[in-house]
Write a protein that binds this ligand. Structure first.
Ligand code: NAD
Length: 275
């Protein structure tokens, strides 16, 4: 059994949050499959220790085509600019709305300003990206696909996740509503829902949240990277995911093999959502 190969030659994919973690692997897989990739992120360098080559350079080093456009998904001008940048390569065919942040805090501790900022990135950013890409596809009369990053948190509540889980629940519904509204235009909208993935994402949440006074100094907040063995035992497949485990399903959902799928939430979670 080998990995599926996809052909995205002549297609352009935008990946928000493509500098690090899951987005970095998704962007790389699209690049390997022949797409021109636009990495849209607030930062160019990957966040995880030991990784230094920016995603677009990594794709180019492997013989692919890619570029980096500094983008804050909460700024509509930035989002318009990145979609405009795709025009240079024929226009956006695949929009991956993946950028998000994590902040820890129970309902009792949550600070509304932090919640606002989190929603702006995790939810408004997805709407802005979907809207800009879909408008551009319709204007060019070239329907494409949107793949959002949801989460097991879209449907499963965890302690201390009041802000994050509610944002990912919203991403799930946004995916469904956008799928419904854009189906008449042949634009498909789906979401991948990863389980627990080894990225810098979960690890930075507790520290940042502590700095922002959202959690008590001595609160026992799980750091997924440190608690790998322990967390793995909750996952039927017995381990946390690597970002590479999550990337393939994005290509599947964007491919013609998924041409009758829209509004779908695809769990890639080692069986976590069965429990
Ligand atoms: P990550 O922190 O490694 O990557 C997130 C990227 O988003 C970073 O490169 C960051 O710079 C970028 N970003 C943050 N704010 C941005 C903004 N305003 N505009 C543009 N880019 C911005 O994290 P990750 O684990 O790869 O997370 C990627 C996605 O996967 C997120 O949507 C996250 O919610 C989701 N997810 C992660 C996990 C996990 O366990 N790591 C599980 C389920 C879902």
């Amino acid at each position: 059994m080998g990995a599926l190969t996809y052909d995205f030659d002549d297609e352009t994919a935008i990946v928000t949050g493509g500098a690090s973690g899951i987005g970095r692997e998704v962007a790389t897989r699209f690049g390997e499959a022949g797409a021109t990739v636009i990495v849209a992120d607030v930062r160019e360098e990957p966040k995880r220790e030991g990784e230094s080559t920016p995603t677009h350079e990594r794709i180019e080093d492997a013989g692919g085509r890619a570029t980096f456009v500094e983008t804050d998904v909460t700024d509509p001008d930035d989002v318009a600019a990145v979609v405009e940048a795709a025009r240079e390569f024929g226009g956006v065919d695949v929009m991956v709305n993946n950028a998000a942040i994590y902040r820890h805090g129970s309902v009792l501790e949550t600070d509304l300003e932090t919640f606002d900022r989190l929603l702006e990135i995790n939810v408004q950013g997805v709407l802005a990206g979907t809207r800009a890409a879909a408008r551009d596809m319709l204007a060019r009369d070239e329907p494409g696909t949107v793949v959002n990053t949801a989460s097991i948190s879209s449907e499963y509540a965890q302690l201390g996740h009041s802000m994050y889980d509610s944002s990912k629940g919203a991403v799930m519904m946004l995916t469904r509503v956008a799928a419904l509204e854009l189906a008449p235009y042949d634009v498909r909208v789906n979401a991948v829902a990863p389980g627990i993935v080894k990225t810098a994402f979960g690890a930075e949440g507790p520290d940042r949240s502590r700095d922002e006074g959202l959690i008590l100094e001595d609160a026992d907040v799980p750091d997924p990277l440190e608690r790998e063995g322990e967390i793995g035992t909750d996952i039927p497949m017995g381990r946390m995911a690597e970002s590479e485990d999550i990337a393939g399903p994005y290509l599947f959902l964007a491919s013609d093999d998924a041409e009758y799928m829209t509004g779908h939430l695809l769990y890639v979670d080692g069986g976590y959502s069965i429990l």
